[in-house]
Design a protein around this ligand. Sequence first.
Ligand code: GUN
Ligand code: ZN
Length: 430
Amino acid sequence: MADRKAFRASILHCLADPGEQADSAAVQYIEDGILLVEDGHVAALGPADAMAATLGDDIERVDHSGKLILPGFVDCHVHFSQLDIIGSFGEQLMDWLEHYAYPAEEAFADAGHAQEAADFFVDELLRNGTTTALVFPTVHPQSVDAIFTAADRRNMRLLSGKVLMDQNCPETLRDDPETGYRESRQLLEKWHGKNRLGYAITPRFAVTSSEQQLKSAGRLAAEFPDVHVHTHLAENRDECDLVATQFPWSRSYLDVYEQFGLVRERSVFAHCLHLDEPDRQQMAKLGAAIAFCPTSNLFLGSGLFDLRAALERGIRTGIGTDVGGGTSLSMFRTLNEAYKVLQLQGQSLPGFRALYLATLGAAKALYLDDKIGNFTPGKEADFVVIDYAASSLTERRLSQSADIAEKLFALITLGDDRSIATTYVLGTPV
Ligand code: GUN
Ligand code: ZN
């Protein structure tokens, strides 16, 4: 017998990119709806009055009336090893890595520490309504085991893979091209495709990899075309200068990765602040994706991401928190900063498009939109229940909104983890 559950609430999800004009045909909103879940997958959704009569008696009914169901959020770029240094004062990227990120990552040589941190991290993701993430662990294989174990215990869809770094970083955090390749391959074979987990080949960024290492990462990518590639690209001016010096033959930073076969479908590049038009054309053509990380870009003083250029060019783009350079795991807080980054450039981010970037758009960026991102029947039932009255101010403000577009935008501006009443993974509350 199928396990059937009917969730009653307002329901909102994206069908396509609503764009800067907030095209309401790109979203579906049901004020009083039912989301029908069978064996952890979406079976149907529709108005409650029409659907209630058809449900039968063998169904579990869950009443979230007065609240809002959204698809689970998808975080396209985050470091689970950096939670302990989130909010560290006063540096830009290269100094921040040296003074905060690398020392924190050294602790992950200890498998016990890695597992405790991974369990805490995925619980924080879920508490913030994030049900899928593309995660940087550390150079240590045990950190990869830890994050996959933590996600698998909670039935989460999650992507990760061993960080590759063999130069320009502390000795204690270095691998070499040969061990990096071998350990990545072992971890890939152990975890990729297990339940809801997927492997990502993860060179940290061009600065910390020799040409030999990028070459061996590219070899692995060629051998396993269905795994992801995950790295950083063109975040900070000093970083870009280092890459230009290190790879004098390259046309651009992106070109370094491309020459080693690392720019392709399922490649996800965090940041991408300093791209030129040929870079954008190449990313679109090769099917690579961008993780736009607004809180990190502001916090580390890296710059302003040109979302309009990326989307007009047709590049798959999702949102990333980039904790611990980023300052929150909350998608609401992240989207709120994205709006401001775009405001400073004369671009707009209506609530519907913001929702898209954190759900269906992110799922497309990760090539997971056949499985997650909205409530198309057959997809996995990962969703969040939003409490409009999580604080007295949101309750007051949201109750005065004229329509769902206004309400969603104010929710994004004011909301945080308190707004997430319940997170469901495969139709089960976590
Ligand atoms: N570039 C290389 N490593 C990192 C990192 O850990 N965080 C950020 N924001 N950028 C990076
Ligand atoms: Zn990052």
